[in-house]
Write a protein that binds this ligand. Structure first.
Ligand code: 1HE
Length: 261
């Protein structure tokens, strides 16, 4: 099935494959550096996702996932414009994180600065063996602006992020996996296929469960225990009352559903 995504910048390419969509950062000559057109294009892509697409795979063309913010856009501008630039990233990455469908990031090569911020806004992260992570903002005299201060500590803790920014250190793929920057490590070149497999598995869940995992789980994690337990109970009751859930439970009880292996 082919779906045309209108008004995407040349730095993005998208296609639909049944229940999943693939979004490619397609500016390899600039190492998929994220300029305004690309960041805004991600929002256009999300807005144009067909209703029957249930998961997205995001990957990068060339040798790297993303070199982060396009530094050529950091020309002198006033403070208000600079804040607006960062707030624009926040809006778009928020739409991705709290969107309609989960997004699986397939990473390789450099996942640095804003590239790591983008990956951190995705829901599942797969790393090919060449992947490395860095936050060079500290050494470049700038600061993260794409939500990294909030999302990256959730993955690796504030203290490790401090170290990454203060020292400019790089983590390799195995360190990234151990620390929680990735969920899966795969051989070089195998990431996209793994991404498709994971996205199809996600697409097989009920829409309501995926919604709860994306929207309710992070809110519970950020709230106090008492409110969190209550939100969990409400969500559990709502989810189990869903007709799709009821028929899946019936399938299991009548021995038609696969067991957990
Ligand atoms: C770029 C960018 C970029 C490459 N903005 N143009 N990010 C960084 O500080 C990382 C900067 N980039 C690098 O360290 C390296 O480019 C890489 C390690 C990612 C890749 O190295 P390599 O040898 O494969 O490529 P290259 O030769 O360095 O770059 C190829 C071209 O891409 C070259 O342009 P050309 O016209 O000379 O061919 C580079 O200038 C260009 N390029 N990276 C602009 N980032 C919301 S706030 C987020 C804040 C941040 O993200 S700060 C971190 C920025």
């Amino acid at each position: 099935m082919s779906t045309t995504f209108n008004e995407l910048p040349t730095s993005l390419a998208a296609r639909v494959e049944g229940e999943i969509a693939i979004l490619r950062l397609a500016r390899p000559e600039k190492r998929n550096a994220l300029d305004d057109a690309t960041v805004n294009g991600i929002e256009v892509f999300l807005e144009q996702l067909p209703g029957d697409v249930k998961a997205v795979v995001l990957h990068g063309e060339g040798q790297h996932f993303s070199a982060g913010l396009d530094l050529s856009e950091l020309t002198i501008r006033n403070m208000v414009e600079a804040i607006a630039h960062s707030r624009n990233w926040h809006r778009v990455f928020d739409r991705l994180e709290y969107g309609r469908v989960p997004v699986v990031a397939v990473m390789h090569g450099a996942v640095v600065g804003g590239g790591l911020e983008l990956a951190a806004a995705c829901h599942v992260r797969i790393a090919e063996r060449s992947t490395y992570y860095a936050l060079p903002e500290g050494t470049r005299g700038i600061y993260v602006g794409g939500g990294g201060s909030v999302r990256i500590p959730r993955l690796i803790g504030t203290s490790r992020m401090m170290d990454m920014m203060l020292t400019g250190r790089t983590y390799g793929v195995d360190e990234g996996q151990a620390l929680g920057l990735s969920h899966y490590v795969v051989d070089e070149g195998a990431g996209l296929e793994k991404g498709r497999e994971i996205a199809r598995r996600i697409a097989g869940n009920t829409q309501l469960t995926n919604y709860a995992i994306m929207h309710v789980l992070p809110r519970i994690a950020e709230s106090g225990a008492a409110a969190g337990y209550m939100m969990e109970s409400l969500m559990a009751a709502i989810a189990s009352g869903d007709p799709d859930a009821q028929s899946r439970l019936k399938d299991f009880l009548e021995k038609r559903a696969p067991k957990v292996r």
